[in-house]
Design a protein around this ligand. Sequence first.
Ligand code: ATP
Length: 262
Amino acid sequence: SRIEGFSAIPNVKWEDVGGLDLLRKEFEHYIVNPIKYREEFEEFGINLEQGFLLYLPTGCGKTLIAKAIASESGENFIHIRGSELLNKYVTVRTIFSHARTYSPCIIFFDELDALTTKRGEDGGWDVEQPLTQLLIELDRADKRQCVFVIGATRRPEVLGEAIKRQGRLGKHMYVPLPGPRERGLILKAIARNKPISEDVDLIAIGQEEAYENLSGADLAAVTNEAAMIALEEKRMSGEGSFEGKKWMINKTHFDRAVEKIA
Ligand code: ATP
C-alpha cells in the first residue's frame, strides 16, 4: 500500500537546529528522555504526554526540530500535511495503525488547519472526516504505545477547542520569529558543514540590520546564496586557492547574498 515505507528515522542532529532552545528542552523532557529511559518512566508510573501543538511562523524550523527529536530518540518519523488527508488514499486510521506498528514513532501533522475547512454535509460531525478521525485516534491512543503526535498550525484560532484539549494535543508551544541572537545561532547551525572563512563572525552577522525579520528558511537561503557567490568567484579566478588560502565563503559574500535575498 502507499503507506509502506513512509516512515523512517531521520538524520537530523540537534546541531542542525539553531536557536529554539526552549522548544528543544521541552521536547527532550517530554519525548526524548521518556524514550531513552523508558523503564524508569514505567517504574515511576508516569503517563507520557503524547500530544503537542506547535505554533510557529513559516520557515522557522518546525519540521527540522520534529525530525531532530525523532533522530535523537531513535524514533520513526511520519510527516503528513493536513491537505494530504483530504484525499482518500491516506487516512488518519492507517497512519496511526502504521505508527503503532513502528513505535516508538512521531507523527508530525503539518497544516492541521487544512482539516477544519471541510465539514460534513450538515455541518456536523462526520466520522469519515479526517479531523473527527484524528480526535478518535488521539482519544484511543494507549498511553504506553509511544506514538507521539506533533501538530502544527499557523492559525491555532481556527482549530477549535476539541483538538487542543488536555490528553489530545494538550501541550501548546508558541515560538516567534528568531531574534538577533537566535539568527546568529541559526546561521551557525546552517553553516556547520560549509567552508566558512575563519574571520566570518556569524553571531555578529545575525545582529545586522539587513537580517531583521528573516526566518530560518530565509537564513538558509542567504547562506546558500553566499556559497554560490563564493564558488562563482573561485571558478572565475580559475584557481582553487587564493593568496595561499583555500577558497572560502567570506563576509562580502554574505553581504551580497543578503542584499539579494532579503
Ligand atoms: P513550514 O511552516 O513552511 O513548513 P517549517 O517551520 O517546517 O516551515 P523547516 O522546514 O523546518 O520550516 O525549515 C526550512 C529550512 O530552513 C530548513 O531545512 C533549514 O535549512 C532552515 N531552518 C529553519 N529554521 C531553522 C533553525 N532553527 N535552525 C537551522 N535551520 C533552520
